[in-house]
Design a protein around this ligand. Structure first.
Ligand code: ATP
Ligand code: MG
Length: 195
């Protein structure tokens, strides 16, 4: 039974090396038993601005990304729950599934900056310790009333947005995402993949 669990939520459309480098480094720095890459079902803060790849496809991509990485797992709690994905609800589910475990909510610096726009963010902060992933030397501050800590991880300037545009214009994807993820993208013909 895992005692220290990291929750790293995202759209993962698609998952890339920035996500993986972050997850393994936070796991190491905080001695977490597992980090769950939790696939958002409906990312309510994004769904109006662009077309989101179906959740089951994104889950298959994250499964492929973590398959050979010790301590990382793909989470489907938010997909199974359905509807809009709120981290507060996911923490409740994880708390029930792993009684007594200590929970850590992992967010990148951009996500941390918007933390107080999250649904029931106070509950997220009370049910877990917040972990802000930051590039070395550049502090992000969260309000003192939250229990939070900061882990420095070398920042790889990779985003899913940039990867999707690489698929559409044919620029190289090498080293930005892993081969197992690319295989699933090709198999399922995602992102109009000619690659
Ligand atoms: P998009 O470009 O579609 O917004 P993204 O690359 O930002 O995608 P998300 O699924 O939105 O990926 O991000 C999930 C989590 O991963 C967020 O907490 C985000 O801050 C973090 N994250 C995204 N890219 C990186 C990166 N290159 N390094 C570290 N953390 C990242
Ligand atoms: Mg993002």
């Amino acid at each position: 039974m895992p005692q220290r669990i990291g929750l790293f939520g995202g759209t993962f459309d698609p998952p890339h090396v920035g996500h993986l480098v972050t997850a393994v480094n936070v796991r190491h720095a905080l001695r977490l038993d597992v980090v769950v890459l939790m696939v958002a079902n409906v990312p309510w803060q994004k769904e109006r601005s662009r077309r989101i790849t179906p959740a089951e496809d994104r889950f298959a991509l994250v499964e492929a990304a973590v398959a050979d990485v010790p301590g990382l797992i793909a989470g489907r709690t938010e997909i199974d729950r359905g509807g809009a994905s709120f981290t507060a609800d996911t923490l409740v589910t994880l708390g029930e599934r792993y009684p007594g475990a200590e929970l850590f909510t992992i967010v990148g610096d951009d996500a941390a900056a918007g933390f107080t726009t999250w649904e029931r963010f106070e509950e997220v902060a009370s049910r877990s310790s917040l972990v802000v992933v930051d590039r070395p030397g550049v502090p992000v501050e969260l309000p003192e009333k939250f229990k939070w800590n900061r882990v420095e991880v070398p920042r790889l300037e990779v985003s899913s947005t940039d990867l999707r545009s690489r698929f559409s214009d044919g620029r190289p994807l090498d080293y930005l995402l892993t081969e197992p993820v690319l295989d699933v993208i090709r198999d399922r013909n995602l992102y109009g993949s000619a690659h």
